[in-house]
Design a protein around this ligand. Structure first.
Ligand code: TXA
Ligand code: MG
Length: 326
């Protein structure tokens, strides 16, 4: 069900859920100060309550309502990358609802860059907890129709068009170590790369990870229904496709750049540069899911830093067991 920003504000102020566009992926938003509304987010997504939520705020000045100490290192990152696809994990204030943080001492915050999300945050005066607007373990939505397909027609959605970034935000934790020094570590890769963060932070991330990743980063989170095989050359991909087609499998080919059509295969040619590829990746995987494809053969993008977040998501999709397959 598509709704306007005005309707969305009313609903959110009454403790209801609304799916909203952000520049990364669509989020399922609720008032971050309303425990009953937040409970509904977990129910709609069928997500375990041990997985904390990201809180979206209108501007840097709102951060002080949520965090105990906005460390200068975190402020520099916010200054450089907000509004934008960077989530900061910081020490939470004591009055933050435990359902937001999953009872952890930290809270995840970001100022999104999508004009609709920013209007909504500014006009409503709310901070919005919004995980990706998909069922737990399914693909993140990058178009409003993905939200409807995944969560059902009864979920109100503001249609803000296709997401420009297309992958979930980079998550960085900033904290004070035992010596009182500010440190940072990467909890989830995204299109803001490690090197860009390091340049602004003017220090390297902690080498020994305090925790290995954000708590909710199960492989299945980023997985399509079909099994995904990463192919290291186009020749390998085409020969596998031929073998699988001979076994009457429903096969999809996802190439980096243009490719000749292959008989009997679903085809998606993704851009040869990482920003365009990231923008279109989940859309391609959603299409394959919709067509009930059994095997996705993905041509591996170049193994260089600017493709790192894409490799991360492709790797997660490849390592997960296809759903419905014991
Ligand atoms: O781009 C995005 O980040 C999107 C849009 C809607 O903003 N949101 C998103 O939310 O991807 P979600 O819930 O699907 O992923 C957020 C991740 C989860 O893995 C969660 O465990 C982690 O952030 N997270 C949230 N709070 C955290 C915290 N306090 N410490 C560590 N990880 C946290
Ligand atoms: Mg998610």
């Amino acid at each position: 069900m598509h709704i306007t920003i005005e309707e969305a504000i009313q609903r959110l102020q009454h403790g209801e859920l609304v799916a909203i566009p952000t520049e990364t992926v669509y989020g399922l938003a609720a008032d971050a100060r309303n425990a009953a509304a937040l409970q509904q987010v977990f129910e709609a997504k069928q997500r375990p309550v041990t997985n904390p939520l990201i809180v979206h705020v209108a501007s840097q000045s709102i951060v002080q309502h949520w965090v105990a100490d906005f460390l200068p290192l975190a402020q520099s990152l916010a200054e450089a990358f907000w509004p934008g696809p960077l989530t900061l994990v910081l020490k939470a204030k004591k009055d933050v609802l435990p359902i937001v943080t999953a009872n952890q001492p930290t809270i995840a915050l970001r100022v999104p860059a999508h004009p609709v999300a920013l209007d909504l945050l500014t006009q409503s005066g709310l901070s919005l907890a919004a995980p990706s607007a998909n069922r737990y373990t399914q693909l993140s939505p990058t178009k409003s129709e993905h939200v409807v397909a995944g969560l059902g027609v009864h979920i109100p959605v503001i249609d803000g068009g296709p997401c420009q970034v297309g992958l979930e935000s980079t998550i960085v934790e900033v904290y004070q170590d035992a010596d009182g020094e500010a440190q940072w570590q990467l909890l989830r890769e995204g299109m803001i790369g490690r090197d860009a963060i390091e340049t602004v932070a003017q220090q390297a991330p902690v080498s020994k990870q305090k925790i290995t990743s954000a708590p909710g980063q199960h492989h299945l989170h980023y997985a399509p229904q079909a099994a995904l095989t990463l192919c290291h050359s186009r020749a390998e991909m085409l020969s596998l496709a031929a073998d699988l087609a001979a076994e009457s499998k429903k096969v999809a080919i996802m190439s980096v750049g243009e490719i000749q059509p292959v008989k009997g295969c679903y085809m998606q040619a993704l851009p040869t540069e990482p920003m365009g590829y990231a923008q279109q990746l989940y859309g391609a995987l959603h299409l394959f899911d919709h067509a009930n494809v059994e095997v996705i053969l993905a041509e591996a993008p170049p193994k260089v830093m600017v493709w790192s977040a894409i490799h991360d998501r492709l790797g997660r999709a490849a390592h997960s067991t296809p759903l419905g397959n014991p």
